[in-house]
Design a protein around this ligand. Sequence first.
Ligand SMILES: [Zn+2]
Length: 538
Amino acid sequence: MAKKDAAHGLWRRQFLGGAGALAFTGLSGAKLLAQQPATATTAVADLVMVNGKIHTMDPNNRVVSQALIQNGRFAAVGNNVAVPRGVRRIDLKGKTVIPGLIDAHNHIVLVGNRPGWHTPLEHVFTIPDAIAALNARAAEVPRGEFITTVGPVSAMQFMERRLPTLAELDAVDRPVYIQAAQGGTRTNTQGKVWLEARGVMVAADGAITGPSLANSLQAMRKELLTPETRKRSALDALKYYAKLGITTHRDCGAFHADLPSGGVANENTYTMHNAFLALHREGTMPARLRIDFLHQDSATANPPLPTLSARLKNSFPFFGDEWIKTGGIGEFTGGGVEGLRAIAKAGWRAEDHALSLAMVTNLIKDRETVNAEIPLSGLRWIISHVPEFPMDLANRMNAMGMGVLLGWGPLRTGTNVGPPYRMLMTHPIKKGYHSDGGDITIINPWVNFSTITTGKNLAGQQILGDQTLTRQEVLWLATAANKWFIEEDDLGSIEIGNHGDLAVLDRDCFAVPDEDLKHTRSLLTVVGGKVVHNDGVL
Ligand SMILES: [Zn+2]
């Protein structure tokens, strides 16, 4: 069923896009259809990139000048690649290339289900630039319809260290609603009128606080969300991050809500993937999505594990194709030790997050209890965030074959909450990069890399002490190191046989001054040999 739909969607797009070619060759529609490949992923043209600084992130950290992609995978990587005739050639003009970035834990599915014309603002660093970005967006938004940014923006990222006020947002001739991951919620006059008509209290400066905060988001979800608008948000979100070089997202779920909720991290976890599945059917996914299932059964529920046991009985881990695949249980497992036992028995992956030393210590203790009965080694269980994390805990996790995801922290609070990057970088434990962004922090990898490599938060305060990493190390965490966390060896590095995923950057992220790193963008992003973002420069 899905395959048929995908083929149909592809044919329709190619037919519409290729009407001129059709007229020129004189082929009938039926004949053209017969010549089309069966799925979007096989419709990719081969291409060769030359004259680049291609950081392969292979085991030797080779930097080469050429890469050939055939049938969606790297067919040759080096400095003297033999190029078959007729292959599309891209002159990189000395640009820096990295493997497509893998965010091994974020909440892209929440971002793809936001009400309104959802507009992430993670790439602007002043209020005037934010207003300009919103005005650019307004050009494609019908009059009277909401432009929203729910989650993917932080007041800290602006030089002004605050959100725009109502008066500033009034420069945008549409209702505007911003709920920042950090720094509050704001609307403008047009938004205020709409919200106040629904009983939401809005202050004179556009701030929305207290119970009105949840009421505002709930009202917007109730009235503005349809399957079509969700699909639009999902596509826009994936495209936005493709511009920043992300080619694979591992989504770590949401707090389940049957009905439209007022919580920024809440969604219906049984239907929220539909928009992404629809894009997949149409063959228009601009990035890969890996889906984990978040469960929160109470440890004392009777009967026990009401949602988790149903999941383990009725779903499949690591099932799907190269664009969308299921994963494990997380980032909450639920059900206490009994929940962990059920997951281990079923042979699934499990992930929980840790917000403090006490929390991570307890998580590890519970896993040691289960590990004594059912060895966890080989299941690749994960703990993410680990803000406070002494070496003995890393030793204990490593002994069970577990891994830690790093990256969360500095952006979320702006203070030093770890994790101890340097200690973990030199430790044998498996580690990878994650942003955890989408609701309580931002996804933009370059802002995260900036903090991790400079040790400074967005206000310029030194918060990481001696625990910073080099740029090579942080790029490795977000590419090759994340193979382990998504359990796919053929992503994350530019090597023969791997999927053709890469980003051609607008600057040399290994050499630019510290201040420039956070502004890094992709000029050209390729997923499986398919160009999913092109600035038109190359
Ligand atoms: Zn998370």
